[in-house]
Design a protein around this ligand. Structure first.
Ligand SMILES: [Zn+2]
Length: 194
């Protein structure tokens, strides 16, 4: 339920929210030091990382950037889910989710990507989970720090967070946040495949 990367037997999990913010700020050279095997979940979104990156400022370096240009359509499908990369003059994410849950149902969001649209429309969208999953994870000793402070939690019918949602379609917006982070983490692998 999180993106895990690793090298030489060392693994680090839940990197997608941090890398999503890092990508949004155009950063491709960064040392991240983590105490433990998991990146802090913060409030379940990437907003805190955006605030820290704004404070730290981005430094331009002298080495040319590697960029990935999509020259032909690529589709990866698994059951009913698919991801499609298409050539486009600008970066745009179009995401649709379908959940058989009355508070989510079908949601679609199209992000015309800039750092500013990311910060305003995407970065505050929190991760979400279902109560039965949280209970199961806890029984396995996982997600012990998981609470209504760092995720939207749903029971079978409704959202349990008393403050409600930050965006009416926060669920699909969070999926875009994840997709941006995951594209960033798998970039080197994608270079090899495309
Ligand atoms: Zn996420």
């Amino acid at each position: 339920m999180a993106t895990v990367i690793g090298k030489d037997g060392h693994l680090i999990s839940t990197i997608e929210h941090l890398l999503s913010a890092v990508y949004a700020y155009g950063i491709d050279n960064l040392r991240v030091i983590v105490d433990g095997d998991e990146v802090p979940v913060m409030d379940g979104s990437s907003a805190s990382y955006c605030i820290l990156l704004d404070e730290a400022q981005v430094v331009q370096q002298d080495v040319p950037k590697k960029v990935m240009r999509i020259k032909k359509e690529v589709i990866v499908q698994e059951g009913e889910k698919y991801v499609k990369l298409s050539p486009s003059p600008d970066l745009q994410y179009d995401f649709t989710i379908k959940f058989p849950h009355p508070a989510i149902k079908t949601q679609e969001y199209v992000l015309k990507f800039t750092k500013e649209t990311y910060k305003k429309e995407i970065s505050r969208a929190r991760t979400f989970g279902f109560l039965h999953e949280v209970q199961y994870l806890r029984s396995k000793g996982l997600a012990l720090g998981g609470s209504l402070e760092n995720a939207i939690v749903l029971d079978e019918k409704k959202i349990l967070n008393p403050e409600g949602l930050r965006y009416p379609d926060e669920f699909v917006r969070h999926k875009i946040l994840d997709a941006i982070g995951d594209m960033c983490s798998y970039r080197d692998e994608l270079y090899r495949k495309l």
